[in-house]
Design a protein around this ligand. Structure first.
Ligand SMILES: Cc1cc2nc3c(=O)[nH]c(=O)nc-3n(C[C@H](O)[C@H](O)[C@H](O)COP(=O)(O)OP(=O)(O)OC[C@H]3O[C@@H](n4cnc5c(N)ncnc54)[C@H](O)[C@@H]3O)c2cc1C
Length: 398
């Protein structure tokens, strides 16, 4: 559903839509990834041979892992989605600490407004942002990924991501990064997952005062399990320095500070059920009358147009975007990149979709469910055996 009023200039013409967009941008994910990860415990290096075998033969193993909740073999894969949805969907989405993470003792390079650099551990930053009252650091050093020159980015959030297995990457210059295998690290060949790197590969690290330069890896080893963290930083460059090495953050959302927000607003499509019946914890949605449908569409459009007109007026008078955006509603469309592995995605789907095979029912908001359903369609094509085992075992993430 999409329509646009005709009497406004093209670049600022509000439009309305009732659907969401989910594109699979890149992936390294197959059922075989689960098999080699599971078999390494008994077959050692021979498990690499699994990659070339027919995964159908190992359907039983995948089902066993899912049923008995052996979760880590489902983490050795990665999917990056581009999602376009109303802001209220992202507010719910960001509660899922899925994605790439580093260990708590990882030192993050902060940069003050005057350009002074300092370091704090990411566990400390998390404490300052979420547990202690008082000053919390606001900006990190990041890099322009094309020129490798230093930039500054504002921290959006510091996220605790749960206990996860880590690897330790040591470089020739003596840097040591402890990260999950799926954390993206910047290399001279672009972004690569930490777990894909080998000795002799280079990562990009802080070099001179203003530039990043290659630093060769001299060792990589498993490094136990512990609490991990991630930073979300504003664009256009969504990276930061972790122990001096340039790494990526897991969620990148469109910034309302650096660009004019496009006037695309959410109005429920006709099949969106509008009326909730029942009590909290036991309710259902029903379509609603024609009058309720008409009122919802009209009230939303009127209010969006009024809010956007106020936003435009402030921008025209020179008010900063980061101030003017306060009038915009949560029905405004935004977009983001989200990266996750199959284990995290299954957890997300278990909570954010309703399904007849789910052993534990959930009651998600329909709009985030629409995003989840589209992510699931992409994932099911990449990992059909894992997807089937997820359904067969009640859609409970291992
Ligand atoms: C239907 C529905 C209604 C909701 N309503 C509300 C609401 O009214 N208000 C509200 O505030 N939120 C609400 N939420 C959000 C909800 O409370 C969770 O924050 C969100 O679903 C993310 O779940 P998660 O923490 O399990 O996921 P993730 O953050 O992706 O974590 C995955 C798993 O990793 C482990 N983990 C991650 N971090 C830690 C940690 N720090 N310590 C220990 N284990 C960890 C846990 O096992 C966790 O289940 C709602 C969610 C749903 C699905």
């Amino acid at each position: 559903m999409s329509d646009t009023p005709a009497d406004t200039p093209a670049e600022t013409k509000p439009s309305f839509r009732g659907d969401v967009t989910v594109e699979l941008l890149k992936h390294s994910a197959s059922d075989t990834d689960v098999l080699w990860a599971a078999r390494v415990s008994t077959a050692g290096e021979q498990s690499l041979e699994e990659v070339s075998k027919d995964p159908e033969r190992s359907k039983g193993l995948i089902n066993f892992l899912m049923r008995d909740r052996h979760g880590s073999p489902f983490e050795h894969n990665s999917m990056t989605f581009f999602i376009s949805a109303p802001i209220f969907v992202f507010r719910e989405f960001m509660r899922h600490r899925v994605g790439w993470c580093v260990a708590g003792d990882t030192e993050i390079t902060l940069e003050s407004e005057s350009g002074t650099l300092s370091r704090r551990t990411i566990a400390d930053l998390h404490r300052l942002w979420h547990l202690d009252a008082g000053d919390r650091p606001q900006q990190v050093r990041c890099y322009d990924e094309e020129t490798l020159t230093a930039r500054r980015a504002r921290i959006v959030d510091v996220i605790e991501s749960g206990v996860k297995p880590l690897i330790r990457i040591v470089t020739a210059a003596g840097r040591a990064l402890r990260a999950t295998v799926d954390h993206a690290v910047l290399t001279p060949d672009g972004w690569r997952k930490a777990g894909e790197l080998t000795t002799g590969d280079a990562v990009l690290a802080e070099a001179t005062e203003r530039n990043a330069a290659p630093d060769v890896i001299v060792s990589i080893a498993d490094d136990g399990e512990e609490m991990t963290y991630d930073l979300s930083v504003e664009g256009p460059w969504h990276n930061f320095l972790a122990d001096g090495i340039v790494v990526h953050n897991s969620y990148n959302e469109e910034s309302g500070r650096y660009r004019n927000l496009q006037p695309v607003f959410y109005v429920p499509a006709e099949d969106r059920k509008l009326v909730q019946q029942g009590r909290p914890g036991k309710y259902e949605f029903v379509p609603g009358s024609a009058a309720q449908q008409e009122l919802t569409g009209r009230a939303m459009r009127d209010s969006y147009l009024q809010a956007y007109e106020a936003y435009q007026r402030m921008l025209a008078e020179g008010v900063a975007r980061e101030v003017a955006r306060a009038v915009l509603p949560v029905g405004l469309f935004s977009s983001m990149y989200a990266t996750c592995n199959a284990r995290s995605l299954m957890h997300f789907l278990g909570l954010r979709t309703q399904h007849e095979q789910a052993k534990v029912p959930s009651f998600p908001q329909r709009e985030i469910e629409m995003v989840g359903e589209r992510m699931e369609e992409h994932w099911a094509k990449l990992m059909p055996l894992t997807h089937a085992a997820f359904n067969a075992n009640g859609r409970i993430a291992p």
